[in-house]
Ligand binder design. Sequence first.
Ligand code: ATP
Ligand code: MG
Ligand code: MG
Ligand code: MG
Length: 470
Amino acid sequence: MKSTAEIRQTFLDFFRGKGHEIVESSSLVPHNDPTLLFTNAGMNQFKDVFLGMDKRTYTRATTAQRCVRAGGKHNDLDNVGYTARHHTFFEMLGNFSFGDYFKRDAIHFAWELLTGQGWYNLPKERLLVTVYETDDEAFDIWANEIGIPKERIVRIGDNKGAPYASDNFWQMGDTGPCGPCSEIFYDHGDHIWGGPPGSPEEDGDRFIEIWNIVFMQFNRLPNGTMEKLPKPSVDTGMGLERISAVLQHVNSNYDIDVFKRLIKDTAQIIGVTDLENKSLRVIADHIRSCAFLIADGVVPSNEGRGYVLRRIIRRAVRHGHMLGAKDIFFYKLVSSLVDVMESAASQLAKSQKLVEETLKLEEEQFLKTLERGLLLLDQELSKVVNNQLPGDVAFKLYDTYGFPLDLTADVCREKNIVVDEVGFNQCMEIQRQRSRESDSFSIDYSSAIKLDGKTEFLGYNTIESSATIV
Ligand code: ATP
Ligand code: MG
Ligand code: MG
Ligand code: MG
C-alpha cells in the first residue's frame, strides 16, 4: 500500500511528466496578501500570475501546498472531530496552467492520474463528477471524451448561499478572474451514510469530494459584467489526505498512515488505550496546524494570526485534559510529526526546537487556569436554561481564565448547548470601551487584516490586553 509521502510524490511526478514545473509550497503566512489570514489553497502563491501582474519562467506548475483553514473565509476548525474529511491543516496538491492549457487537458490529466494504471489506478465506477450548471463544454468532455455515464455527472448551480460563491463557481474576489468548477467525488460505498453531490445527504461521509478543478475563463468587472479572458487558466486542488484515504482503503482521513501514527503516539504519551476517542483525532489534527504555523513564523498572541494559533493550541490542550493528561504533552508530538511528514516537513525540521519551546510555554501558561476555568464552566453548565450559556459567563471564562470563545463553544457543543454570542460581544464591547478610554494611544490601525469581512487590527493591543490571558 502506498504511503501518503509516496502519493504526494506520484502527483508531482505525474505533472512533471506533463511539462509542469514542480514549485515549492509557499509559507502558511501569505506575506504579500493582507486580505488573507492563512494560505488556504495552492493558487494563493500564484495569485499575481493569474492576474497578469507577475510573470514566471513557466506556464505550467505543480505543488503540494500546505494550507490552513481555521479562520477567515474558509474555516474548518469546527468540522474537526465531526467529519471524516476536514482538517485545520492539510496539503493541497495542485496543477496550474497560466494561460496555457484549458478545460480539455485539465480534465484528461485528472482522469489519467486518478484511473491510469501505474498511477492511482482507481476503479472508474467509484468516481462521480460535478460541473457548473451551464457548463456544457465540461459536461461534454466528461460524458463524450472520458465516457462517464451521464447519470454520474451532476450539474450544480450557484443558487446555494451567496450568489457566485457556491461550490461550483469560483472567484478570486468581488472582481477579477473567475469561472466554473468541476469537482471529482469518490464513492466510499453504500455501507457508509451519505448522498451524492447535490443531494440533501451530500455532507455525509460516503461521497467525498477529492478534487476541485477551476476553469478561470472570465474577468468580472466592477460593474458586475463578465468578459471572456483572452487566455483562460486552470487552477486545481486535491486534498492529499483525502486521496490517501481512498488509496489506503479507509473512509476517514483520520485512518491514513500519517494520522494513525500521530494518534498512536498521542495515546501513548497521554496514556490512553481507546484509539477511537474523538479527542485523539482533534489533537492529531491540531498539532499539524500549530507546529506548521509556528515553523512559518506565527507567534501565539492575543490578536490576528497569533490569536488563531493560540486558540487552536488551547483547544488541543483542553482535549488532552479531557483524556486525562497529567502533564504537558502537546509539544512532544512535534518529533512524530517531523518524522511522518517526510519531505513536507523540511521547514518544520529546521525549527523543531523553537516549535517545541513555543508550544511548551503556551501549554504551561494555559494549564495555570484551565482547570479552574473548566470547573466554573461545569458549574454554570449545570444551571443552564434553554440550552444556552449566558454571554457574561463565556466572557468571564475568556477574560479571567483565557478561554477563547470558540473553546467554550466547543465544550458546550458536546452537551448540545450554545453560547450566547450576542451577550458575549456586548461584554467585550464594554471592555473595549474601557480600555480605549484608559489607553487610546496603543491603537495601531496600520496593519489591518480582514477576517470574514470584518477588520481585525493586528496592532490593536487594547482588545485583550486588559484581559487576564495568561
Ligand atoms: P469541502 O466541500 O469538503 O469542505 P471544499 O469544497 O471546501 O471541500 P476546495 O476549496 O474545493 O474544498 O479545496 C480543494 C480540495 O482541497 C478539496 O476538494 C479537498 O480535497 C481539499 N480540502 C478542502 N478543505 C479541506 C480540509 N479542511 N481538510 C482536508 N482537505 C481539504
Ligand atoms: Mg469546505
Ligand atoms: Mg466542496
Ligand atoms: Mg470544493
